[in-house]
Design a protein around this ligand. Structure first.
Ligand code: C5P
Length: 255
């Protein structure tokens, strides 16, 4: 079987305030995009990676992504557009057949959901499971991706990694508290989230509203979604202090 790995990296990073797309922010020896892809080294079995990158930074994203995944051969979709339209066909022989890791880098959309949709379309048809991951969680360990993919194969359900919430969560109407859901029944959802490939493709085809994660979109399409334990390292980089946390973590890891 081949695992599809969608990495959405097309966000603007406005809340980070660094003036460039979040996935292209440098941190301790690599961009967030590279860190996320480097975590895939050693992933068991065959892998098809599809990155949704900012439309204005496709070349940079391609360069960074192929360097971070050294074993990658270009996926079919990309080989076609890499060839000159009227060039001598002998001048650019077809690369070797898809290897253990293929890579496609496509332009993301205006919303996370449209970025995921574009990347799913760039995956080869023979993936049995698709993992969808945020480049904004670049330190999610490979073991987490393996745990999610394993649970999808074992159950046929959608799988979302979760951590308990530490804060008490309030539901509001304006600034008025209308409900305090029981904390023990709440969890925080991380990525990568995993799905049987045909079910995910179908869920994306039938989606009519924007969802904040793929598990919600899949559940809206009728797929059962279960949880596996998440990982503290899969925290999301959103605001400047998250970058500081990530730097500290990297510095600690190299000591
Ligand atoms: O903005 P937020 O941090 O919630 O985005 C989550 C993930 O979705 C990030 O990795 C971001 O790059 C990605 N994204 C995207 N296309 C968008 C918006 C967000 O790929 N239009």
């Amino acid at each position: 079987p081949r695992t599809g790995f969608v990495l959405v990296a097309a966000g603007s990073g406005t809340r980070l305030g660094v003036g460039r797309p979040k996935a292209l922010v440098d941190l301790g020896g690599g961009t967030l995009l590279e860190h996320a892809l480097r975590r895939l080294h050693g992933f068991p079995g065959r892998l098809a990676v599809a990155v949704a990158a900012p439309a204005g930074h496709l070349d940079a994203a391609r360069r960074l992504a192929s360097a971070a995944l050294p074993a990658a051969t270009p996926a079919l979709a990309e080989r076609a557009d890499a060839r000159p339209a009227h060039g001598d066909p002998d001048a650019s022989p077809a690369p070797p057949a898809a290897d253990d890791v293929t890579l496609a880098v496509v332009a993301g959309g205006a919303s996370r959901q449209s970025s995921v949709a574009a990347a799913i379309d760039a995956l080869p048809g023979d993936c049995d499971v698709v993992l969808v991951h945020d480049a904004a969680r670049p330190f999610a360990p490979r073991a987490l991706a393996e745990r999610v993919a394993g649970a999808v194969r074992a159950t046929g359900d959608g799988v979302v990694p979760v951590l308990p919430v530490v804060d008490t969560i309030k539901r509001l109407s304006g600034d008025r508290v209308v409900e305090t859901p029981e904390r023990s029944s709440l969890v925080a959802a991380q990525t990568p989230q995993g799905f049987p490939a045909p079910a995910l493709r179908e869920a994306y085809r039938s989606a009519t509203i924007e969802h904040t994660d793929d598990a919600a979109l899949a559940a809206a399409a009728g797929l059962r979604v279960r949880t596996v334990p998440g990982d503290v390292h899969a925290f999301k980089i959103t605001r400047p202090d998250d970058l500081e946390r990530a730097s500290r973590m990297l510095a600690g890891a190299s000591e």
